[in-house]
Design a protein around this ligand. Structure first.
Ligand code: GLA
Length: 423
């Protein structure tokens, strides 16, 4: 007979129970922290408290280079229950594009998601696949340095699924993003295209920047005319805490380290040189409501030379982010003569319960209402993109920030957004 402990269970069972209890406790604590949104809701509309926001430049995506586009999973079953599909894109057709960020793992299951996507969205942003980490080929760039030293090799397979479905379905795309301190490989900045190499000179890096921008924009201009309506030329360049005396991001920013603070100017200069006329050029940033003046000041020269069209407010926020402050930033940018897009909207809550989803719905409504009103007053607000499709297909899944539940049913936010048309 097995020896039993005081409460009549075996030692093994006791240990197992304790382990399960420990796991449950740890998971509960972790998800309470992750889902609480406490910090982000207080004073950042955006990223300071998200782990992703403290990326170091070496922390690039590991991905295997391939010239083959990602393949679809044809066998994916249709969702069993018919879902209510809604129709945001139609509702806002006279106002702005309604966009969604999609990563390849969603696009690979197109059959499963397509009805909801096609019903609601007429703009797609690749969540990652158009970032330099995914577009630059290290192995090819290293092969023939005589040629590639100032002309890095770019390949276009990674975003190909998005491009395919967008063109097939008459959907437009935002190109995100050309010049950013994160998700850009360190080797791109070194003499021999290795992570260990010495950084190249300003002059060489300017040539690489021009070459990269030229290759990417020319490819889409020539092969898919009309597809890309907005380009995030520079992402997240202004940040007082991490910036130089003008607030231009210096910390962990190899663009600043090689070229200097005018890397922002040159990025727009080259982008204008190679972009098609219908590709609008954007500066994209987080926490815009906290840095209106900083952004406007640093873009002044670029704007005065006609090199920029618009400002993209990322808009990662929470249900209780000060929406008046957010609206004030929206107004400031359009009044300063910029086209405006909300490029990465998601609104976090603390828990997935009815009350929180109601508060989230009201916040979504306030934001859409503000954008709609600006358009009605003659300003250019040209697109609102949500940063993901469902509450599980998002980098903030602990905060349930999106418009659809994981089973693709609409959350209260959808009817709240549509109610901006109620008389
Ligand atoms: C920033 C970037 C996005 C995405 C998010 C979340 O907002 O612009 O591309 O990476 O961070 O990580």
């Amino acid at each position: 007979m097995k020896k039993r402990g005081v409460v009549g269970i075996s030692k093994k069972a006791l240990l197992y129970t304790l382990a399960v209890l420990l796991l449950v406790t740890v998971t509960a604590v972790l998800s309470a922290c992750a889902g609480s949104g406490i910090d982000i809701s207080k004073d950042v509309d955006e990223k300071a408290t998200f782990p992703e926001f403290t990326r170091d430049p070496d922390d690039t995506y590991e991905w295997e280079e391939s010239t083959e586009p990602p393949t679809e999973t044809e066998t994916e079953p249709e969702t069993e229950e018919p879902v209510e599909l809604v129709g945001l894109r139609e509702a806002f057709a006279n106002y702005f594009y309604i966009g969604v960020a999609l990563p390849n793992n969603v696009l690979q299951n197109w059959v499963r998601y397509k009805d909801v996507i096609l019903k609601n969205f007429n703009s797609i942003t690749c969540e990652n696949e158009m970032k330099p980490d995914f577009m630059l080929s290290q192995s090819e760039s290293r092969k023939n340095l005589d040629v590639t030293y100032t002309d890095p090799v770019v390949h276009f397979s990674s975003p190909q699924l998005a491009v395919k479905y967008a063109t097939q379905n008459n959907i437009k795309m935002r190109l995100h993003t050309l010049v950013w301190h994160a998700q850009t490989p360190k080797w791109f900045f070194t003499e021999d295209y290795t992570n260990e190499g010495n950084l190249v000179s300003r002059d060489v890096m300017l040539q690489r920047m021009e070459s990269y921008i030229k290759q990417v924009l020319t490819y889409y201009k020539e092969n898919y005319p009309g597809l890309i309506y907005a380009v995030d030329v520079v992402n997240e360049a202004f940040d007082v805490g991490n910036g130089d005396e003008n607030g231009i991001r210096r910390v962990d920013n190899l663009w600043h380290q090689t070229i200097g603070p005018d890397y922002v100017y040159y990025a727009f200069y080259y982008a204008r040189k190679y972009a098609a006329d219908d590709m609008k050029l954007f500066y994209n940033d987080y926490g815009c409501m906290y840095k209106i003046d900083l952004i406007l000041r640093n873009l002044k020269k670029i704007k005065s030379e006609g090199l920029i069209d618009g400002i993209g407010m990322q808009a990662h926020m929470d249900y209780d982010t000060d929406s008046n402050a957010f609206k004030k930033a929206m107004r400031a940018f359009v009044e300063a003569g910029y086209e405006l897009q909300l490029t990465e909207l998601d609104i976090g809550v603390k828990k997935n319960n009815e009350a929180q989803f109601k508060a989230q719905a009201n916040q979504y409504k306030r934001i859409f209402q503000a954008a709609k009103e600006l358009v009605e007053r003659g300003y250019k607000v040209t697109s609102i993109t949500v940063w993901g499709l469902t509450d599980t297909l998002t980098w903030r899944s602990g905060q349930y920030p999106l418009l659809f539940n994981s089973d693709l049913t609409p959350k209260p936010a959808i009817s709240a957004i549509l109610s901006v048309f109620d008389k």
